[in-house]
Design a protein around this ligand. Structure first.
Ligand code: SAM
Length: 282
């Protein structure tokens, strides 16, 4: 395996925190990251968002093996050029593709799994690009963000992020990473989250509405669901919030958003779609 300190030296860069550049320089952490993929994950095509100086790219190429491939998306032009040069052999063999561009807007390949140390400034947006692809993900975040993703109902960290993440996948924090594992060290501790996709317990016909509805109800997390549905129709886009209140179970209406499981949210969103006449973008 390539030494991450040497890669950093060869790349001749200093990570720039303003551009979300914190490079992993701890060999042991780098070695462990791919091992967090579930045992039955398909390894054929691994995606890495934010390649940096290539420490993780190197491990992913080893994980993918001679028959597999890796695609790295890197926004920084110099780093993308460095990756192509450093891994020239793998690029020539067709085992590595380096896409220079913004992971929020470039076309992503059909990957089978992703392992990435995400740019923290756009963690949320990237996560919601990757989750709907329904592939296993091992992603690194700021600790506090990771805790919100995996939080359970009734806890202070539970919110919109927890519900919308857990709708798509079973998620858990598999490791916390100290700042010293990075160069330059970020301001806060990091955590690795494993997300294993599964069929939602309740499929909502319009996912965009579901996410908007959850967002709306959490703007009033201290109110009952009954009042939150009524008060947030301008956010959820429900034309007939009262019809939803009439059709929903009393047990649900009495709860607060932070006590509702992701499945309960999905069921309520399904009902709201049926009777609440939500506005649609189309
Ligand atoms: C936290 S660093 C991780 C680098 C490397 N994977 C590692 O673990 O050492 C994030 C990387 O993402 C890149 N980056 C930042 N914003 C990006 C974006 N919107 N799209 C693609 N790459 C981005 C940065 O230039 C940086 O190299």
């Amino acid at each position: 395996m390539r030494d991450p300190d040497r890669l950093l030296a060869r790349a001749g860069v200093r990570g720039d925190p303003d551009r979300d550049q914190h490079f992993l320089v701890d060999d042991r952490v780098l070695d462990r990251l791919p091992t967090y993929l579930p045992d039955d994950a398909e390894i054929g095509h691994l995606l890495e968002v934010g390649g940096g100086t290539g420490g993780l790219t190197d491990r992913l190429l080893a994980k993918a093996g001679d028959d597999g491939q890796v695609t790295v998306v890197e926004r920084d032009r110099d780093l993308a050029a460095f990756l192509r040069e450093e891994f020239a052999e793998e690029v020539d063999e067709g085992r590595l593709t380096v896409i220079e561009g913004d992971a929020l807007s470039v076309e992503l390949p059909e990957f089978t799994a992703s392992v990435s140390n995400l740019p923290y400034g756009v963690s949320s947006e990237i996560t919601f690009r990757l989750l709907p692809e329904k592939r296993p993900l091992v992603l690194m975040y700021q600790q506090e963000f990771a805790e919100r993703m995996v939080a359970e109902p009734g806890t202070s960290a539970y919110g919109r992020l927890s519900v919308s993440t857990q709708h798509y996948a079973d998620v858990e924090i598999v490791e916390s990473i100290p700042k010293e594992a990075f160069s330059p060290p970020p301001a806060v501790q990091s955590a690795v989250v494993r997300a294993v996709p599964r069929e939602p317990a309740y499929e909502v016909a319009d996912e965009e509405f579901f996410l908007r509805f959850v967002k709306a109800l959490f703007t009033q997390r201290r109110k009952t669901i009954r009042n939150a549905i009524r008060n947030t129709a301008h956010i959820s886009g429900l034309e007939e919030p009262e019809a939803v209140v009439e059709a929903a179970d009393e047990d649900v209406l009495r709860k607060r958003a932070d006590a509702m499981s992701p499945t309960a949210f999905a069921e309520l969103a399904g009902l709201a779609l049926e009777v609440g006449e939500p506005e649609t973008d189309g």
